[in-house]
Design a protein. Structure first.
Length: 282
């Protein structure tokens, strides 16, 4: 009897020992898995940053277009990438680029810093440190606001001899084929394609504007000042109070990294919960 008892106790101890080592191995494997996933997320973050923004650009402002994008870098200059059939990357060429290229900073932008950028369907614009706007790309329908329809693969100054005379620009927004700004008088001015009334200048013919025109301030905007502005493909929205503040841009890589970390933690907790339920059933 004593012999059988000793054998049973030995068998029980062996079983407990095996369970202990099995659980320890499971926890060890889970920890290793978590470390691997977090490390992979970190590597992916670094690669994403290098691919999107390129070395030493440090984006401060971002403009997304139909098939191209632009950023203002830490060097206070504009950098663009994507489709370039009409010169809307601003690098003096019509060559497509899969990586950011420098917008030409000589000529119209010489000696100026770029404060913000915007990209449309096939043109782009920048607000410079002299508080004026410069555009490049297709000039069709007056997209560049120069008073003509000639395109340019390098930045050109928007016409300031008309409604913008004596005014500075506070806010820039670029639509698909038109552009709008808020000037120092807190009113909105637009130029470019007007076929759908997106210029807002109370023109029944919906004609294009080769130079800036004033958005109609009668009716609902009578007596009001404009503080913020947003544009879509074919229309403009204005608000009397600021709705957003521009700050540091979130990195795509950082977003991916934290999503992976969060998912890993949730998976680990789920496995531990299932493991705990299995123990109680035994």
């Amino acid at each position: 009897m004593m012999k059988w008892r000793r054998q049973a106790e030995a068998g029980g101890n062996l079983l407990l020992s095996r369970q202990f080592y099995r659980r320890r191995n499971i926890f060890g494997a889970l920890i290793l898995l978590l470390v691997f996933v977090v490390s992979f997320g970190y590597i992916l973050q670094q690669e994403s940053q290098a691919t999107v923004f390129g070395p030493a650009i440090g984006a401060k402002s971002l403009g997304l277009g139909y098939a191209s994008s632009c950023v203002v870098g830490a060097d206070n200059q504009a950098h663009c990438w994507g489709m370039n059939t009409t010169g809307h990357l601003g690098d003096g060429t019509t060559t497509v680029s899969h990586n950011p290229v420098n917008v030409i900073s000589e000529g119209a932008l010489s000696g100026k810093k770029v404060l913000s950028v915007g990209s449309g369907g096939n043109h782009s614009c920048a607000l410079a440190s002299d508080n004026q706007v410069y555009c490049w790309g297709s000039g069709t329908a007056g997209r560049l606001g120069t008073g003509g329809t000639t395109g340019s693969a390098t930045p050109v100054a928007v016409d300031t001899t008309g409604v913008l005379s004596g005014k500075t620009i506070k806010t820039l927004e670029v639509g698909h084929s038109f552009t709008c700004v808020i000037a120092s008088d807190n009113q909105v001015y637009c130029w470019g394609l007007g076929i759908d009334g997106q210029l807002g200048n109370n023109d029944p013919s919906n004609g294009d504007a080769l130079s800036p025109v004033a958005v109609y301030t009668g009716g609902v905007l009578s007596g009001k000042t404009i503080n913020s502005l947003s544009v879509a493909v074919t229309h403009v929205d204005e608000t009397e109070e600021p709705t957003t503040e521009k700050g540091d841009l979130p990195s795509t890589g950082q977003a991916i990294f934290w999503v992976i970390v969060g998912a890993s933690i949730l998976i680990l907790l789920a496995i531990l919960l299932i493991s705990g339920k299995s123990k109680r059933r035994r």
